[in-house]
Write a protein that binds this ligand. Structure first.
Ligand SMILES: Cc1cc2nc3c(=O)[nH]c(=O)nc-3n(C[C@H](O)[C@H](O)[C@H](O)COP(=O)(O)OP(=O)(O)OC[C@H]3O[C@@H](n4cnc5c(N)ncnc54)[C@H](O)[C@@H]3O)c2cc1C
Length: 388
């Protein structure tokens, strides 16, 4: 498996994965060389080279819904996290404010800590931009409960290296491991669990004894974050000439409320500030791919630019239409674009609006409601669960 950065490559990998998806619930926790028991599609999904509902629907062409329920559920965990954070955006701001350097962190980030398997995960993260879910859980739990480092600094380490870095999935998973997301519930890195699920070739024994009886490092204060539920804009689709901005938060405008419109110009631009070399390379390729597809679909030249504001100024553009980014770095960047004189018309995907409404409380309630809608054929919304 690799981490596809084009839509075609992601669809090929999805097709390949569908073949093994019947074994996903049995094998998904096993961390094996090459990661053959999971899809490795997270970067493609996170940046919407493929949509969550396309990915979740694909195994249903071969298996009964009950056989692949675990996989479907995992894909929608991501939508749940996004919907949850979107109703409590202050949790993202608090995370950013809470990032503070700590003297014990660098050694572990360099892969020179006392526990060999954790050093292996650090190397993999830096070299590939990916870690298996179980490895992420072990590493985060080690960071917080054994190394006793601030969770925000660990989340930032992931933010700086994951190709699939996602403000909701990453921040909320780190909070969950730390006992903040589900108050009182922490996740601990246990030697026995690692020995059971990590392939022997990856099982460096150095320092494993430190994980024999880990003790939870409980947060002092657990605040239940307020549900502020900021409103989503009503979609106001342009009628005349308009400029379409395609960005890294959603690289698939061809299947979206914008698909049937006719932009007069397309600009493809991302915000790469603070990204690692690997992240920049992946995003650059994915944006190039989106530019080619958008040009073909809309029949208009798509220009790839480094700086949206500078391009808008040079071309006398004062308003752009784009798919709405979720809470996170690009969303944080939008006020400065508007302050520079480029007005935004942000369009919400109907699926995002639909799923967000279910994500006010816990995952179980979200999943029950969604599953009910799926069984009645009401989700994915018409036409959007199908692969082109
Ligand atoms: C501490 C920590 C940090 C994480 N940070 C991120 C992140 O920044 N970005 C990110 O996309 N995921 C994150 N995850 C969730 C999960 O680890 C990855 O989505 C998954 O490992 C990606 O690998 P895959 O594509 O092979 O997943 P598969 O097992 O093939 O799953 C298919 C898809 O379902 C979604 N998914 C699977 N597991 C989860 C999960 N636990 N939570 C949310 N969505 C899930 C992903 O979109 C994934 O691509 C994090 C988990 C932890 C414990």
């Amino acid at each position: 498996m690799n981490y596809p950065a084009t839509r075609d490559a992601a669809l090929d990998q999805l097709e390949q994965f569908v073949g093994v998806s019947g074994r996903y619930s049995r094998d998904r926790n096993r961390v094996v060389p090459g990661h053959g028991s999971v899809s490795c599609l997270s970067a493609a999904i996170r940046h919407r080279l493929v949509t969550e509902w396309e990915v979740a629907s694909a195994p249903l062409t071969r298996y009964a819904a009950s056989t692949v329920e675990k996989f479907t559920q995992e894909v929608y965990w991501r939508c749940y996290w996004k919907g949850w954070l979107s109703q409590r955006p202050q949790v993202w701001k608090d995370y950013l404010r809470g990032i503070e350097e700590h003297p014990g962190a660098e050694r572990i980030r360099r892969g020179e800590g006392p526990v060999g398997v954790m050093n292996g995960f650090t190397r993999e993260l830096r070299e590939t931009g990916y870690l298996h879910n179980h490895a992420r859980m072990w590493f985060a739990a080690y960071w917080v409960h054994v190394a006793r480092l601030p969770w925000q600094l660990g989340a930032k380490f992931f933010q700086d290296h994951l190709l699939d870095f996602d403000p909701a999935a990453n921040t909320l998973s780190w909070r969950w491991v730390s006992g903040l997301q589900t108050p009182g519930k922490t996740y601990l890195p246990r030697r026995g669990n690692i020995e059971k699920y990590l392939h022997p070739d990856l099982l460096d024994p150095e320092g494993l004894e430190q994980l024999e009886n880990p003790v939870a490092f409980l947060p002092e204060i657990i605040e239940n974050p307020a549900v502020t539920r900021p409103g989503l804009p009503e979609n106001s689709l342009p009628e005349g000439d308009f400029v379409l901005w395609v960005h890294e938060e959603d690289l698939h405008p061809e299947i979206s409320p914008l698909a049937k419109l006719k932009p007069s110009r397309i600009v493809v631009a991302g915000d790469f500030s603070g990204r690692s070399k690997l992240q920049k390379a992946w995003l650059g390729k994915a944006l190039d791919d989106a530019a080619v597809r958008a040009e073909k679909h809309f029949g208009v030249l798509a220009v790839r630019v480094g700086d949206l504001v500078a391009w808008a100024r040079e071309n006398g553009v004062s308003e752009v239409v784009a798919l709405r980014p979720e809470v996170g770095p690009l969303d944080d960047f939008i006020p400065s674009i508007e302050a520079a004189g480029v007005k935004m018309n942000l369009i919400v995907r109907p699926e995002d609006r639909f799923l967000r409404a279910f994500a006010a409380a816990g995952f179980f309630g979200f999943w029950k409601k969604l599953q009910g809608r799926m069984e009645k054929g009401e989700f994915p919304l018409e036409g959007n669960g199908m692969l082109l």
